[in-house]
Design a protein around this ligand. Structure first.
Ligand code: 5AD
Ligand code: SF4
Length: 439
């Protein structure tokens, strides 16, 4: 063990990057690396980056600058940039930051060990291809170590929707679904290693259409197949597009016991004029109708969303339409962003909204969302929920986990193990979590 090299990975952005970072660590495990949680003793540093907003992309360059001292002390240290900034700005990264030894795009992670070897020879490999082979399947030497009870599993990547603000169709490419049998065998493997909850991931996960032995698979069919795996207790999926919420998927929310009552369904805006300019191909009304149908199938479902304020040409009236939609839905959770101009996307060419105005709208929208989130969380007090315990809490005997609604719940003197699922009565609603008592 002592001669193992150390790999430090820092992950930015979405859950798909978290999953990819795990796969990169596994790939490098095959090349003799073990993971470390500090860059200070690392032999290799990997930044798994996000390109979705300008700020996220800029962070990479400031982070890289911070490794200058380390690299001076340790000339053998290799620094790599992975993820969507690598895909979008690979050559520029190499030019702008000579500290970088290798650049690897999101579809080439299985090639990392070979790239690392090249970097050790003094080359500066750059691979931002979209290769034919499946990056998940060619990863060998996966360690069979025990896993935390909740895991991510990427089933679909890329996007064909081309929302006018979004870089994803360019950085992650066209929509691709992994074959159903591979997803299911990976799920079984996860369960054997202690996983009890799987969150299926995809940029447009509900557009999943993986090939299988018998016909094509929808996300709903995949969920039902996962439902049959003994030992797997909970299923979630994210992120979904309103237009791909098919009837079978809505029905599964009512009928499939292992599918958790939580749905992240971004709408972005409540103004039809802006939705059209965003190329979203749904209206505020069609979204509200859809929410109604989902709630008819599963009345207690917690709805989550994404919002962009200050999209080009957005007026106060458009913004008020978004506020109205939020009031109509009543979100239990939401993520909201000030529009960020992304070069190469259609919206970048349009009349931009004054920054101060956009900031003010974001502040007002977040105040409303926070109010709704609080009310939904507070309404849990007195209710009984099921909690999957994920780790010990800060205090002796305390355990923390997630309810079926994805609320963090902590329980004093819980007397349970990590990975246990138990019924809990909620007794208090705090700032970011609920307090419960074992039933
Ligand atoms: N500016 C601001 N927010 C954006 N998102 C995507 N692109 C942009 C952008 N250019 C947000 C959307 C999406 C979430 C992942 O990020 O709300 O749903
Ligand atoms: Fe981006 Fe729209 Fe695709 Fe989501 S659906 S990844 S926001 S282009």
């Amino acid at each position: 063990m002592s001669d193992a090299k150390k790999l430090y990975i820092k992950t930015y952005g979405c859950q798909m990057n978290v999953y990819d970072s795990e796969r990169m660590a596994e790939a490098m495990g095959g090349a003799g690396y073990v993971q470390t949680d500090t860059p200070d003793d690392a032999d290799m540093i990997l930044l798994n980056t996000c390109h979705i907003r300008e700020k996220a992309a800029e962070k990479v360059y400031s982070e890289l600058g911070r490794f200058r001292g380390l690299k001076a002390e340790k000339p053998d240290l290799k620094i790599g940039v992975a993820g969507c900034v690598a895909q979008a700005e690979g050559e520029e990264i190499m030019r702008r930051q000579p500290l970088v030894d290798l650049v690897v795009g999101p579809q080439s992670y299985h090639r990392l060990p070979a790239m690392e070897a090249k970097a050790r020879q003094g080359e500066k490999p750059l691979d931002i291809d979209f290769p034919d082979e499946d990056k998940f399947e060619t990863l060998k030497n996966r360690p069979k170590a025990r896993r935390a009870p909740a895991a991510f599993l990427t089933v679909q990547e890329g996007c064909d929707k081309f929302c006018a603000f979004c870089v994803v169709p360019y950085t992650r490419g066209a929509e691709v679904s992994r074959p159903a049998d591979r997803v299911l065998s990976e799920a079984r493997d996860l369960v054997e290693r202690g996983v009890r909850e799987i969150t299926l991931l995809g940029q447009n996960v509900n557009a999943y259409h993986g090939a299988g032995d018998v016909g094509n698979w929808s996300l709903a069919r995949l969920i039902w197949a996962l439902n049959d795996i003994d030992g797997l207790e909970r299923i979630r999926f994210t992120t979904s597009h309103p237009n791909d919420m098919s009837d079978d998927l809505i029905a599964a929310h009512g009928d499939c016991a292992k599918l958790m009552p939580y749905l992240h369904l971004p709408v972005q805006s409540g103004s039809d004029r802006i939705l059209k300019r965003m190329n979203r191909s749904h209206t505020a009304e069609s979204y509200l109708k859809l929410i109604e149908r989902i709630r008819a199938a599963r009345p207690d479902i917690l709805i989550s969303g994404d919002f962009i304020v200050g999209f080009p040409e957005e007026t106060e009236e458009d913004f008020q339409a978004t506020m109205d939609l939020i009031r109509a839905v009543n979100y239990g959770q939401a993520f909201s962003f000030k529009y960020s101009t992304r070069p190469g996307t259609p919206a970048a060419e349009r009349a931009q909204v004054d920054d101060a105005k956009a900031s003010d709208r974001l502040r007002r929208l977040q105040a409303l969302i926070t109010e709704q989130q609080r009310a939904v969380q507070d309404s849990m007090v007195g209710r009984d929920v099921s909690v999957l315990f994920e780790k010990p809490g800060r205090f002796e005997g305390q355990m923390v986990g997630k309810s079926e609604y994805l609320h963090a719940v902590h329980v004093a003197n819980a007397g349970v193990q990590v990975g246990d699922i138990a019924r809990v009565r909620i007794v208090e609603s705090g700032t970011n979590s609920l307090a419960g008592e074992m039933l």
